[in-house]
Design a protein around this ligand. Structure first.
Ligand code: ASP
Length: 360
């Protein structure tokens, strides 16, 4: 038994991760949901109820563990038998690619159990969309996987964590949430990992799908779906990290008026196998940046040209395809980076990579 695993099982379903002889049938009415806790504001404490931006470790306040997180919201037991596991406990800006691989492998391990119906991952909101999209591409199950966080610490006035957690568990326990790809459930909105992005630094309504729209809504902790993802995900994905110990380095270069290619050259020198250029408009950039990207491509570095605009499609155009560049299609640059990292585990061929950017 994993020592980090904390059994938070309520009623009779102890051992739902496969202990022989545990009578899961004793609680047949409720699905079994595993909560994997990674940290973030949802697990943070502030000095007082009005400490809404300055809280947590920076104030010397240790985060709460998964057990406290779950027992603070007994309402979740209405929807599922819960097992909690503390996989990490850090702010999401501190998570690493190693953490991603650990999380993906553990999520797949848990979902492979016939006694598990869904997984909820609690996560800091800063990079939540990145983890959601990464898992969307590498989870090997049609069972619901829901990522949730909160914008206000658990001690904050009008904390949003408790209802977000209840809704996430209810969603993960719902058969209607199967085969929807990895979902983000925040502020009563169900979003696809493909399209969701954090748009506001502090507002509880920060997560939006600027292209693609919402997948559905939670009302009285019941999911109401209005859409189905058409992009490849989870069981429909070709990517597999089960045997990977690391991912190729991919850097993002941010374009502004008057910017140059110095950071592109630095990325190549640092060993980047891929570079995503956050261009302006439809992936435009200064000539000097274009020259650096072309030079990087000549050295075998995969180049994806995208946009710093938060919405819209970057489709292939002559000057980019001729240079052997891939266009980002509907991916924000932070998600294009993830897809390129995974794409590079399969191929460096721009045509194949472009296919991936159109299919995922
Ligand atoms: N700093 C936090 C994090 O991403 C923010 C949050 O969770 O809302 O871990």
């Amino acid at each position: 038994m994993n020592p980090k695993k904390i059994a938070l099982t309520f009623l009779t379903a102890i051992g739902l991760l496969g202990g022989a002889g545990h009578a899961i049938a004793q609680a047949p009415a409720k699905p079994n949901v595993v909560i994997l806790a990674t940290g973030g504001t949802i697990a943070s404490r502030g000095a007082d109820s009005l400490a809404l931006t300055d809280y947590g470790l920076s104030k010397g306040l240790q985060p709460v563990g998964v057990e406290a997180l779950v027992t603070a919201v007994p309402e979740i037991q209405k929807f599922a038998n819960i097992t909690g596991e503390q996989i990490f406990n850090v702010g999401s800006s501190k998570l690493s690619i190693d953490n991603w691989l650990t999380l993906a492998k553990r999520t797949n391990e848990i979902l492979a159990s016939k006694n598990v119906d869904g997984v909820v991952i609690t996560h800091g909101t800063d990079t939540l969309e990145e983890t959601a999209y990464f898992l969307n591409l590498v989870v090997k199950s049609a069972k619901p996987v829901v990522i949730v966080g909160s914008m206000r610490p658990s001690t904050g006035m009008s904390a949003d964590g408790p209802l977000n957690l209840v809704n996430a568990v209810a969603l993960a326990a719902s058969p209607s949430a199967r085969d929807k790809g990895v979902m983000v459930s925040m502020n009563e909105v169900i979003s696809s990992a493909f399209s969701v992005t954090k748009t506001n630094t502090t507002n509880v309504a920060t997560f939006k799908s600027l292209d693609g729209g919402d997948l559905g809504y939670m009302q009285n902790s019941t999911p109401y779906f209005v859409a189905q993802p058409l992009k490849r995900h989870t069981v429909h994905s070709e990517f597999d990290v089960s045997n990977l110990q690391k991912l190729p380095r991919v850097d993002i270069n941010y374009t502004t008026l008057g910017s140059d290619g110095v950071l592109v050259d630095a990325a190549v020198a640092a060993g980047a196998k891929g570079i995503v250029n956050a261009g302006v408009g439809h992936a435009n950039m200064p000539d000097v940046t274009l020259q650096s990207l072309k030079a990087a491509r000549q050295k075998g570095v995969a180049i994806v040209v995208g946009s710093r605009a938060m919405s819209g499609i970057v489709t292939p155009v002559g000057q980019f395809t001729e240079a052997g560049f891939v266009t980002s299609m509907m991916h924000t640059t932070q998600k294009a980076r993830i897809l390129l990292m995974l794409g590079l585990t399969k191929t460096n061929d721009p045509k194949e990579l472009q296919r991936m950017f159109e299919e995922y």
